[in-house]
Design a protein around this ligand. Structure first.
Ligand code: FNR
Length: 185
């Protein structure tokens, strides 16, 4: 793959001090050579409505352009009520529209997640994988990065302290780049 490898990050929490934002920053520190990371601002998107599709809001146009320009997508998400947080679902729905102009089409994607519960976002991650079928995305299968008991695994500045998870994030990024060489454009 020639040139830079552009990864678009999406974080499913808008919370100041979000553990999942912390995972994304941990990924930034472990990028493979030649890869760069831009994190999308999904907090400024309006709530999805098909009525707005004929004249896409500018924040949506920006997101769609970022997705289309990326070689791969990296998602860090919490689990809300055993599933994907609405803020992330809203962003995914927007970038997948209008019908026939799904910006995610054919994109490689990797997932990671942190929760304060004991399953470390497993249920939300499998719901995302279900969406990837309809979105025609190519998810990295392994490693699975699911960090439980998140409050014990970040320092007071929000930096990841769990070395195993840090190593897994590095492996996930390597796998994303390698997988993209095989399936991406
Ligand atoms: C949660 N949380 C949560 N945790 C979990 O493991 N499984 C779940 O189903 C839920 N459900 C849930 C719903 C809602 C509405 C909230 C606000 C929270 C707790 C969640 O793991 C915790 O708030 C994390 O800290 C959220 O991630 P960030 O914001 O730190 O990235």
């Amino acid at each position: 793959m020639a040139g830079d490898f552009n990864i678009l990050g999406m974080v499913g929490s808008l919370r100041k001090g979000s553990f999942n934002r912390g995972l994304m920053e941990a990924a930034r520190e472990r990028l493979p050579e030649g890869a760069n990371l831009t994190v999308a601002d999904i907090g400024n998107l309006p709530l999805f409505s098909e009525d707005l599709e004929s004249d896409m809001p500018s924040a949506v146009r920006t997101l769609k352009q970022q997705v289309e320009r990326a070689n791969a997508v990296l998602i860090a998400t919490p689990e809300y009520n055993y599933s994907v947080p609405g803020v992330l679902k809203n962003a995914i729905d927007w970038a997948s529209r209008p019908y026939g102009q799904n910006s995610f089409n054919g994109k490689p994607v990797a997932i990671m997640g942190a929760s304060i519960g004991m399953l470390g976002t497993a249920r939300a991650q499998y719901h995302l994988r279900q969406m990837f079928v309809f979105l025609n995305m190519y998810p990295v299968n392994q490693p699975e990065v699911m960090l439980p008991f998140a409050s014990q695994n970040f320092d007071s500045e929000g930096k990841l302290t769990n070395e195993t998870t840090g190593r897994l994030i590095g492996e996930l990024l390597e796998a994303l780049v390698g997988w993209s060489r095989r399936v991406g454009d």
